[in-house]
Design a protein around this ligand. Sequence first.
Ligand code: MG
Ligand code: MG
Length: 265
Amino acid sequence: MIYLKTDQEIELIKKSAQVLGKAHAEVAKWVKPGVTTRQLDSVAEEYIRDHEGVPSFKGFNGFPSSLCISVNEVVVHGFPSTYELRDGDIISIDCGVKLNGYHSDSAYTYPVGEVSEEVLTLLSRTKKSLYLGIEKATDGMRMGDVGFAIQNYVEQFGYSVIRELVGHGIGKSLHESPEVPNYGKRGKGIKLKEGMVLAIEPMINLGKKSVVQEKDGWTIRTSDRKPSAHFEHTVAVRKGKAEILTTFEYIEEVTANTSLMVMAP
Ligand code: MG
Ligand code: MG
């Protein structure tokens, strides 16, 4: 069952996404060598609760934290821990906020300190692929058009698209139908309709596409232990042009002209 949202509901998701974008920015201020991923989680949770929101992930299917923090070869669903960030790491920070009954979800991958050119480029191209996917999220297109745009762009560089993890519908629930794969065929899949709200989230590997789950039952990492990048926006399908409901604007006010900046490719 796919729930189409009214404009009023989309406005509520946007309000939740404003708190989310600012929570991300608070966290971005702390992304540096020596900081533990648990500290980052506390910053996010405090900001969200201080702004009348609830961290969507905390308690979701038993997930213990407000952020999913995924370092280097960890793709998604990493737990915040006592791990201290190191120079040369990349860190995906994924966060969700529930406000006035509606969820928003977004993710951003940061370079920590000095990161190799090869990995910096993986980040900028993964971010670019997100926007290429979003461009296709318009009324009348097919889900396969979104996935194709992402896959076709990243595979030309020898990167690979994870098959086991996909984006999702979002609204009153954090995860709703439909699934939003980051791969696909043009003109295939369900037809997109105005009012669908989708979390589009390319997870792109520098090496091979296969992933494994760690014994903790959550953490997903690449099988070859090469790095993986992840960017995500919550988007409303519209006629003509998709509407991006989440924002990286506040993050990028913090990261501008710092080593955390992810350049356009
Ligand atoms: Mg997310
Ligand atoms: Mg998501």
